[in-house]
Every structure is written in C-alpha cells, then in structure tokens.
Design a protein around this ligand. Structure first.
Ligand code: ADP
Ligand code: DP6
Ligand code: CO
Length: 342
C-alpha cells in the first residue's frame, strides 16, 4: 500500500463553451443542465495545492493564496469526508490532522474559473494522500460544480445525471486535446478583482427568480450540447464559434433576467464581444469566438493560424492601460490533455 503524507498537485482551469448555471440540488451540486468545456494548459492558469497530514498537527487548517481561511466550509468538509470514506490507509493516519495550502497563479474569484482548478486540485491531492483510486469527478463536483470537468483534459462534458444521489452527475472526456491540436484560447483580463456576486450566489438567485432560465433549460441547452458535440467531433470551427457565443450570450441574458440582476460583463467585455463580431464579419468567416464566465474577463477561442493577426489587432484596439483594474493580456493557451499532475 502506498502512503504519502505530503502531496503537491497542480490542476488547470477549464472554460465552458456550454455553460453550467443553476443547480437542482444545492448540497450535492447537481446541475439543471449538461455543460461542455475545454481544459486549458496548466502552464498559464492553474491551482497548486500541497496537502500534508501529520500526528503533530493540532487542527485542520487551510490557506488560500497565503491567507488562512476557515476550514468550516461545508463544501471543503464534504470533499474531505467523501475522500476519507474511501481511504485506503491505516485508521491511525485517518485521525491525523490535515494542512492544506493552495494558490492560484491567476486571479481568484474573478470569473476565470478558479473554483474549477482549485477544487479539482484539492480533491486530487486528497485522493493521493488517502490512497483513493476510484473516480473522483463526483467528489470534485461537490467542491465546485465546474471542478468535476477539470479532472479530465481535452474537451469534456459534465452530465446532469438522473440519480438523486448525484452519483451519475459526472464529467467524461468527449475528445482528447490531440483531436483538435490547432485550438487555442486567449484570455483577456479586463478586471482581476473579486466579483461582487459569486457564481454560487448568482446561480442560486437565477434559479429562484428567472423564467428565462427555465426556457433555456427546457428548449435550448440540449440543442447547444448536440451541436457542440458535432462541432468538436467534426472539428467544425464555424459551428463551434457560433454555438459558443450564442450560449455565452444566453447565459448572460439569464443573469440579466435574474432579479435583482447578476451583471458580470462590463463595458469593456461588451466592446470585446462587438470587436469579435466585427472581426469575423470583415473576414467573412469565423476567426474567433468569445465566451464570458461569471465575470468581465473574455476567453477567446481561435485556431493557431489566426493567433498572430488576432493578437496584433487586439493589442491595437485594446491597448494595455497598465493599471490593475482594466488591462488586457493575451497569451495563446493550448487545450491540454494532461489535466492534473501530482
Ligand atoms: P471563479 O469564477 O473564479 O470560479 P467562484 O465564485 O466560482 O469564482 O469561486 C471562487 C471560490 O472558489 C473562492 O472564493 C474559493 O472559495 C474557491 N477557490 C478558488 N481557488 C481555490 C483554490 N486554489 N483552492 C481552494 N478553493 C479555491
Ligand atoms: C459561469 O462551478 O463556480 O463558470 O458549483 O456553485 O461552485 P459552484 O459554481 P461554479 O460555476 C461556474 C459557472 C460558470 C459556467 C461554467 O463553468 O460552466
Ligand atoms: Co467558479
């Protein structure tokens, strides 16, 4: 039996092209619809988590980006408990206290999917400490819904599932990164500050107040999912781009239909979206697609051959102001298959 008393893992973020927004079970984190994402290379945006257990630790503790946070976070406790329930280490060691130290090398809680990398990394590192070999997507989901997708690389689908206990609400890889090696993501950081309304609170309010969400879930998302799968399988960038942008727009429309509204995109975000439509119109084809998570920052999908011209134009249209509040960076990031490392 392998026993590790300290483990360090890294996990990348994933960016959804078909958005998860709304839960049918708050505690188990079961979504109202399926979602699809791409897992990015961990070279640029990843969580790094070190976990240690020791008979000398007095209490369980967690530090996030160098600041101690309360361990009494129900989601965190759920993840630890679920992993410990499957642990294959000596019972004495199960009683040892745990220290968790995690940091992100990109803005946390700013709408760049930090919770997806953060909880995927945490649960993966826990699984190594406690020698858990089973699939951990179900457990990562209970940390943050989007985290279940970061367990896999490439293009990933998270299935709503039909069971009440959430055991079939898991992510699976649709296609490895090598299937579409030309695909690139460029992140434009518009604002790296923590958002006012977390994803959790925002989507809770949407489920409670938005009729448009029910329309989206009943009539639209499955069509988007089917077309996205087709686009990925056939490497059809035109279809991929159109559905990605339509789904992002519908997600933000649903946020606006929430009462009081959850407003995540700002003027710069809207300017980027307009720019993308103009850029594609001028080329008479889809060169680039935007998607925005619950924050103002843009994620642009494009193909490798388009990157130089696109980046050149972006730096001219949206020059870096240099201030932390409103700046634009653009690095072409690969979709990666490796996903998590420990
Ligand atoms: P984001 O858009 O960045 O995913 P969320 O509102 O969904 O923002 O989630 C942010 C929360 O996720 C943080 O406040 C923290 O609780 C958790 N989180 C982010 N990164 C990590 C990490 N590396 N380790 C543990 N928890 C994390
Ligand atoms: C807009 O997974 O952060 O990024 O499950 O409450 O932790 P919780 O929410 P979270 O929501 C992500 C929402 C999104 C879309 C997506 O990633 O699919
Ligand atoms: Co999140």
């Amino acid at each position: 039996m392998s026993e590790n008393f300290v483990v360090t893992a890294t996990a990348p973020v994933n960016i959804a092209t078909i958005k998860y927004w709304g839960k049918k079970d708050e505690k188990l984190i079961i979504p109202v619809n399926d979602s699809i994402s791409a897992t990015l290379s961990s070279d640029y945006m990843c969580a790094k988590t070190t976990i240690a257990i020791s008979p000398n630790f007095e209490k369980d503790q967690i530090w996030l980006n160098g600041i101690e946070e309360s361990i009494e976070n129900p989601r965190l406790l759920n993840c630890i408990r679920n992993i410990k329930n499957k642990a294959k280490i000596g019972t004495d060691k199960l009683k040892w206290k745990i220290h968790i130290c995690s940091e992100n090398n990109f803005p946390t809680a700013a709408g760049l999917a930090s919770s997806s990398a953060g909880y995927a990394c945490l649960v993966y590192a826990l699984s190594h400490i406690y020698n858990v070999k089973e699939n951990i997507s179900d457990i990562a989901r209970q940390g943050s819904g989007s985290a279940c997708r970061s367990i896999y690389g490439g293009f990933v689908q998270w299935y709503t599932g039909i069971k009440n206990d959430g055991s079939d609400s898991i992510a699976l890889q649709l296609a490895p990164a090598s299937h579409w090696p030309e695909m690139r993501v460029i992140i434009l950081v518009v604002n790296d500050k923590q958002k006012k309304t977390s994803s959790t609170i925002g989507m809770q309010r949407t489920v409670e107040t938005s009729k448009l969400l029910h329309y989206r879930v009943k009539y639209c998302v499955q069509g988007h999912i089917d077309k996205m799968i087709q686009a990925i399988k056939n490497k059809n960038f035109d279809l991929f781009a159109e559905i990605t942008m339509r789904d992002s727009n519908q997600f933000h429309a649903v946020c606006l239909d929430t009462y009081p509204p959850a407003i995540y995109m700002n003027d710069t975000s809207h300017a980027i979206a307009s720019f993308v439509h103009e850029y594609n119109a001028a080329a008479n084809s889809y060169k680039v697609a935007y998607t925005f998570d619950a924050g103002p920052n843009a994620c642009l999908f494009t193909l490798e051959k388009n990157v130089p011209a696109l980046l050149y134009t972006i730096t001219k249209v949206f020059p870096t102001s240099g201030s932390v509040k409103d700046y634009i960076t653009g690095i072409p990031i690969n979709i990666e298959n490796k996903s998590i490392n420990a």
